[in-house]
Each structure stands twice: as structure tokens, then as C-alpha cells.
Design a protein around this ligand. Structure first.
Ligand code: ADP
Ligand code: MG
Length: 728
């Protein structure tokens, strides 16, 4: 019966069947699985004569008269009668109701009755028009499920269909969790859970039903991920890269500073991973400036010391070049050979580099995403580090298979990010990563003072910039767009970083618009500030005589390199740039970050931008210029002024803009949850993860007869995106 088409249900003709199909419901089982999006509380009904003043209540009766009143506030009025009395109803600004509420119909209303002349009136009550076969009056409060409906079928009609099949269907729903397991976790059976969702007796049943179904989703996902993990583990090895005291000493000797305690702890976590012949997948989180590069270098050198290779993938060429320069600097005279592989190598350089990676004469490769494309063969990649790209999910990691020594090997993978990823996402969307946290900054960091400044005061800002440039300091000045033709932001982050999505000129506005209590969109100047305009303005006016240059992703690579080199060397005083400089750029002499139209950027982007300054000995200043009138935008920028803690800022950003926008949940390939909600189900997720591990401990391949149902359901939900086919 569960697999029969819905058209087999009484009352479902071709039209209904089609309407249901549009909602994704074709079989009876799918109808049962079509869960309400919420539950509406229906008050118990009171006869009209017993209604009390000021108390929320429901009642029903017959409509005996109606009228549209246009004097004063436009309103629709009706008189409702039952055998105990009369109730006047009125709806303001709802004169259209005269089309549906007509004398003679029966109506159920819910609201607060007030004294009205000699009788009672209910203003703006919720109402249901009762059909011939309406349910009898309810003497007890009831929850009514509300289903996502369409113009072709209403929530009520869906509810009635479900109600009609439920008694016969529920006993047929088999449970993939054993009685023992359920008892241990106080979970209802699957059939009970569906009943509780569709026909809850009270709130607690909705909760219990929801918990069971959410837990199922999370458990299935965790089982699938764990299964995938163990498959990868069985079929894929990584080189064991033990780091003894000798190697550790040598590596540390290469760093120009002592690692902070936080870096040390993370290095320990990494070396523990590397020592095992199984591919590690670890997420390294650390705020801007916390020193992730040194940790990455440590891991790569651990590979090199064990006669394997290391690779570091950066989201932009500028950043790749900078990493190459820093790392070459630290490795000077060590004999470790470092190569840069970016899209702008000449054909000759490229083929030489590829040959070096293949024959192992290159120890460490640094580059953009092209680094891990099919065309690039490593002799034996031991450690792959992905910088500032937390969308690097399970698929991308698996694409590294075969980059190790021989078939069936893959490197250990470290993903580094300054954007705090909630544990829930690391454990799900990203395909279950271990997490390390660098939770302190290196000593001697100067605090960056952040000011939000109205655009009316721009000239004062640039006067201040000028005095500091005169004193030999350097500045970044960021504009939202390159020029008038290209209003989109620089697309240099399209390699998959979230940055472009966040910094895009429209995104800020969307974020504000969707936030609660948002004001109408602020009026914007006709055009966003552009690099071109700003450069012209500053050169002619406030920064006249200073050496300025434009920097953005559309400049050819050699030109960008040259400009960065001049800026580093002090031959350029200020860069007028897009967010290409957002991630990772490290110029210690830069002390000022000026952002025009700052409200157009996401908070994480602004925090990254701010992290570019104050890296040397001198205190940094960050000025966020805005002309927004939106209080929400002002609040967002205010957070920047108040906090220097990237994790706190990201948390706020998530609160204001929601999860999906901040991290690319949609791109992961993971099917969306129907019931579970990562924003609030961390406890269930943790439980599910533990249970999944325990389950596979008992039954590593999930192939005992008792697992049969769970396994089938798991493969149905996750087989495809995780490529679990070979399990089934
Ligand atoms: P991020 O985590 O943002 O990638 P970086 O690795 O670029 O940070 O490091 C930021 C700056 O801090 C660099 O200039 C780096 O040389 C410096 N740094 C990193 N670790 C330490 C340390 N333990 N002591 C002093 N300076 C450090
Ligand atoms: Mg970095």
C-alpha cells in the first residue's frame, strides 16, 4: 500500500494526483512522509453564550447577515449566531471577504471577544468556513498540521487525505531502529513519529515526533559518512609521516619566530594525524593573523622530511605568490625546493614545473586551484593544504586521490579558514572533518582601531590618511567595484571561496533586506564607488602627490605582481583596490584600511580586510565609510567597531544573514535536511555521530540482516552524492 500511487486513495482523481505530484508526492508512502511545516493551535470551542470578554477563544455558528462598511475604517462585518447567542464579527481592511463569507454559511472563528454595545464583538478573528461535512465542534484544544500547499491543493485537503490513509498505512511502516536502540534513546517508532507529526495530541508529541525524524536524518547521514570514511580508509592509504624530535627541531629552526601555544597545540594534533597511514582530513580554524601559514608550512615540511611532497593551494594568485615568497624566504638555504604553479606561468615554465612535480625534484608546490587538477601529477604528495577555502568538501578532497605515491594513495588534507565553521557543518556538509582551532594571536599584535564614518566626513578621513602616508605608513583603500562597466565585484574568488558571494555589491543589501525589522532599502548613490573613480578623485584631490595605484583581479598577473612588489617595497603609498586584497595579503608596513561603501560588504569580508593592517609594529586603523540610512546596516558595521574577534563577528553575521549564505551549504551536494535543522540540532547531531560510530563498530559494513532496512534507506538518501554504490 505504501508504494501504491496516490490515485489509489479514495477521493484522489487525476487532478488531485497531479497537484500532489507537483508537490513531489506520488505514492502513499510519500504522502505519509509529507510533513507539516508547522502546527496551528486551535482553541477549544465555546458556545457563543459562554464567551468571556478579553479571552482568546473559538466558537462556531451560522452567518446571518453581512455588510461592507466604508465609513471610517473600511471593514467587513458579519453576524454569527448559534443556539446560545449572537456574536458580531468585523475585519478591518478586508472588505474582499464579502465574496466568501455570505449569509447562510457556517463559520468557525477564533479571537478575543470584546464588549460591543449590549453584546460582544470579535475583531479580526481567524476564521474557517465550515463545509457540510465539517468536523464536530472541538471541546478540547487541538493542534492542526499546516502543510505546504499550492493553488491546486490546499493544506486542509492534504491534511484530510493524510488523515484518511494514516490508519491503514501506519502499521505498514517498518522501523530501521531496533526496539532496544529506541528504548535507549527514548525515541518513538517511525510509525508513531509520523502519527505524532500528522495528528499530535499536544505540543510534546510534535517535539517527540520531530526529534525522532530529525535524528533519523542525522543518523543516516552520519552512517553514510562513516561508511564512506571506512571505504576510503580501506581503499586508500596516505603515507605515514612520523615527526620525531629531530625533524621537529629542524622544522622549527626554519621559522623566524617561536610558535604560539595555540599553534603548538594544533601542530601536535596535526602530527598525530600525519603519523598514521590513513588520510587525515582536518579543518584548521584560526582568526585572521593567527598564524595559519606557519602551521601549514610545518605540515608540508613534515612531508618533505619523510621524502614526500607538500602542496599549498590558495584562493587567489596574489595570495599564492605571497605564500611562495614568504615560504621561500623561510626555506632559504635549506635545500627544500619550492615551486609556484599559477595560471600565468608561460608554457615553458609550466611544463618544467609539472615535470619537477612528477619526478619529485620539487618538494613544495604552491598555487591556485589548478594545482590539484588532473593535469598535475605529483611523485608523491604527502600533505595538501587548502588555504582560506572552507568549501573544500568531501568531493574535492577525494579528487586528491591518486596524487600520492601510486594508485590507492592520497595525501593528508588540511583545510585552513578564518571563517568559523560551526561544528555542525564540519560534521555534515563538509563531509566530516576533524577540527583544530588556533585560538590566540601571536604576541605583540597592535589593536586595530575601527571607526564607522559617514560619507559626509570622507575628506577628513583622507586628510588623516595623508598625514600618515607623510609619516611613511601605507594604506589600502577598498572600493566595491572595479569600474562603471563592471558593476559586479571582482570575480577573483570564483574558485569557490565564499568571499565573492559575500562581498558582492548586492549581497549586503539582500542581507539587510531579509533581516527582521529592516528599514526600507537605503537610498544609494546612483553608482557604487569604483576603483577607477576613486583613484581619479584621490589623485586629483586629497592624496595629490602621493604614489597611488589600482589593484584588482582584471589586471594581468605580471602587472599585479609588479604593483604588489612596489607596494611592499614602499614605492607605492596606497593601493586603491577591490577585495582582491581581502584574503591573506601580508604587508607589515600597511597600517590603514579604508573601505568605501562599507555596508555593501559582508562582515566576514570586512574582518578579513581589516586583518590586512596592523601586522607590523605600528597600530592599525580601519575606517568604514558609509552613507547608508539603514539601521540594520549601521548595526552590522557597529559590530565591526566593537569587536576584533572574527569568531564573534561571524556568529553575528550568521545571526543576521542566516547559515546558507555564509557557508555554501547548497553547493555541497548533500541533500537538504527535511526535518533536522543544523542551527539547533547540534545535540542530536553529536548523538547521531556517536551512534553511527558505535553501529559501524558492531557491523562495519552494515550488512547484517538487522541492518538491512537501515542500509537500504541510507543508500537511497546518500548513496549517490557520496558515491556509495560499491557498498550496495
Ligand atoms: P593567517 O592565520 O591570517 O594566515 P599568517 O599566517 O599570515 O596569518 O600570519 C600573520 C602574521 O603573523 C605573519 O606576519 C606571520 O609572520 C606572523 N606570525 C605567525 N606566527 C607567529 C608567531 N608564532 N610569532 C610571531 N609572529 C607570528
Ligand atoms: Mg593566511
Amino acid at each position: 500500500m505504501l508504494t501504491s500511487p496516490v490515485s489509489a486513495v479514495r477521493g484522489v482523481g487525476a487532478r488531485r494526483a497531479e497537484a500532489l505530484a507537483e508537490l513531489g508526492v506520488r505514492a502513499v508512502g510519500q504522502l505519509i512522509a509529507y510533513l507539516p511545516t508547522r502546527h496551528e493551535k486551535l482553541e477549544a470551542e465555546t458556545p457563543i453564550g459562554d464567551l468571556a470578554v478579553g479571552v482568546n477563544a473559538a466558537t462556531r455558528g451560522e452567518v446571518t447577515a453581512t455588510r461592507v462598511a466604508r465609513r471610517g475604517k473600511a471593514r467587513f462585518e458579519a453576524v454569527l449566531i448559534d443556539e446560545t447567542g449572537r456574536l458580531d464579527l468585523c475585519w478591518f481592511n478586508a472588505t474582499y471577504l464579502h465574496g466568501s463569507i455570505v449569509p447562510g454559511i457556517r463559520l468557525r472563528v477564533q479571537g478575543k471577544a470584546q464588549k460591543f454595545g449590549p453584546g460582544l464583538q470579535m475583531a479580526n478573528p481567524k476564521h474557517d468556513i465550515l463545509r457540510e461535512d465539517a468536523e464536530p465542534p472541538m471541546r478540547e484544544e487541538k493542534l492542526r498540521p499546516v502543510y505546504a500547499a499550492s493553488s491546486a491543493i490546499s493544506s486542509r485537503q492534504i491534511g484530510q487525505l493524510i488523515e484518511s490513509v494514516l490508519p491503514a498505512a501506519l502499521p505498514l511502516i517498518a522501523d530501521h531502529l531496533s526496539d532496544d536502540f529506541r528504548a535507549q534513546h527514548s525515541l518513538p517508532t517511525l510509525a508513531q513519529a509520523y502519527r505524532m507529526m500528522h495528528q499530535p495530541a499536544h505540543d510534546d508529541e510534535v517535539k517527540a515526533g520531530r526529534r525522532r525524524l530529525a535524528f533519523d536524518e542525522l543518523l543516516m547521514l552520519q552512517l553514510a559518512l562513516a561508511l564512506k570514511r571506512s571505504m576510503v580508509r580501506q581503499s586508500t592509504r596516505a603515507p605515514a609521516l612520523p615527526v620525531g624530535p629531530q625533524i621537529d627541531k629542524h622544522i622549527r629552526a626554519r621559522l623566524p619566530f617561536k610558535l604560539t601555544a595555540a599553534q603548538d597545540r594544533v601542530v601536535k594534533e596535526i602530527t598525530a594525524d600525519l603519523a598514521r597511514p590513513e588520510p587525515a582530513s582536518r579543518l584548521i580554524q584560526g582568526d585572521v593573523g593567527s598564524g595559519k601559514t606557519a602551521v601549514a608550512l610545518y605540515a608540508m615540511l613534515a612531508a618533505v622530511a619523510n621524502r614526500h611532497q607538500g602542496a599549498l593551494m590558495a584562493p587567489t594568485e596574489i595570495l599564492a605568490e605571497q605564500h611562495a615568497a614568504t615560504i621561500r624566504g623561510m626555506l632559504e638555504g635549506s635545500g627544500v625546493r619550492v615551486a609556484l604553479l599559477t595560471g600565468s606561468l608561460s608554457a615553458g615554465e609550466r611544463s618544467a614545473t609539472l615535470a619537477g612535480l612528477r619526478d619529485g625534484t620539487i618538494d613544495i608546490a604552491i598555487g591556485t586551484h589548478a594545482l590539484f587538477s588532473r593535469a598535475v601529477d605529483f611523485k608523491s604528495l604527502g600533505v595538501a593544504v587548502i588555504d582560506e577555502q572552507h568549501r573544500f568538501g568531501v568531493h574535492q578532497r577525494l579528487a586528491l586521490r591518486g596524487k600520492g605515491e601510486g594508485v590507492g594513495t592520497m595525501p593528508h588534507v588540511l583545510v585552513m579558514t578564518a571563517t568559523p565553521i560551526p561544528r555542525t557543518l564540519a560534521m555534515t556538509v563538509l563531509g566530516d572533518l576533524d577540527v583544530s582551532l588556533i585560538d590566540a594571536l601571536p604576541p605583540g599584535r597592535k589593536k586595530i582601531v575601527t571607526r564607522v564614518v559617514d560619507s559626509m566626513a570622507r575628506q577628513e578621513v583622507y586628510a588623516f590618511v595623508r598625514t600618515r602616508l607623510d609619516a611613511g605608513e601605507r594604506a589600502f583603500i577598498v572600493a566595491p567595484a572595479i569600474d562603471r562597466e563592471t558593476m559586479e565585484e571582482d570575480s577573483i574568488f570564483e574558485a569557490g571561496g565564499e568571499k565573492s558571494a559575500q562581498g558582492g555589491p548586492d549581497r549586503g543589501a539582500v542581507g539587510e533586506g531579509s533581516a527582521p525589522l529592516s528599514a526600507p532599502p537605503p537610498t544609494r548613490p546612483a553608482l557604487p564607488t569604483t576603483v577607477a573613480d576613486l583613484l581619479a578623485e584621490l589623485t586629483a584631490g586629497p592624496l595629490k602627490g602621493k604614489k597611488l595605484a589600482a589593484l584588482h583581479g582584471r589586471l594581468p598577473q605580471p602587472e599585479r605582481d609588479a604593483i604588489m612588489a612596489l607596494f611592499r617595497a614602499g614605492a607605492i603609498d596606497a593601493l586603491v583596490a577591490t577585495t582582491v586584497i581581502e584574503v591573506g595579503v601580508d604587508v607589515p608596513e600597511a597600517t590603514m584600511m579604508i573601505v568605501e561603501d562599507a555596508d555593501r560588504f559582508g562582515l566576514a569580508t570586512l574582518h578579513q580586510l581589516r586583518g590586512r593592517v596592523g601586522r607590523g609594529g605600528k597600530a592599525g586603523a580601519c575606517v568604514l565609510i558609509t552613507s547608508t540610512a539603514s539601521p540594520v546596516a549601521a548595526e552590522r558595521l557597529g559590530i565591526m567597531a566593537k569587536s576584533n574577534d572574527g569568531f564573534k563577528i561571524a556568529q553575528k553575521d550568521i545571526e543576521i544573514r542566516g547559515f546558507g549564505d555564509v557557508i555554501g551549504v547548497r553547493q555541497s551536494g548533500m541533500p537538504p535536511f527535511v526535518v533536522a535543522d543544523l542551527a539547533r540540532d547540534l545535540d542530536l547531531l553529536t548523538l547521531a555521530r556517536r551512534d553511527a560510530a558505535a553501529w559501524l563498530e558492531r557491523s562495519p559494513r552494515l550488512d547484517t540482516p538487522a541492518d538491512k532496512l537501515a542500509r537500504a534507506r541510507l543508500l537511497k538518501a546518500h548513496g549517490k552524492w557520496l558515491g556509495l554504490a560499491d557498498v550496495g
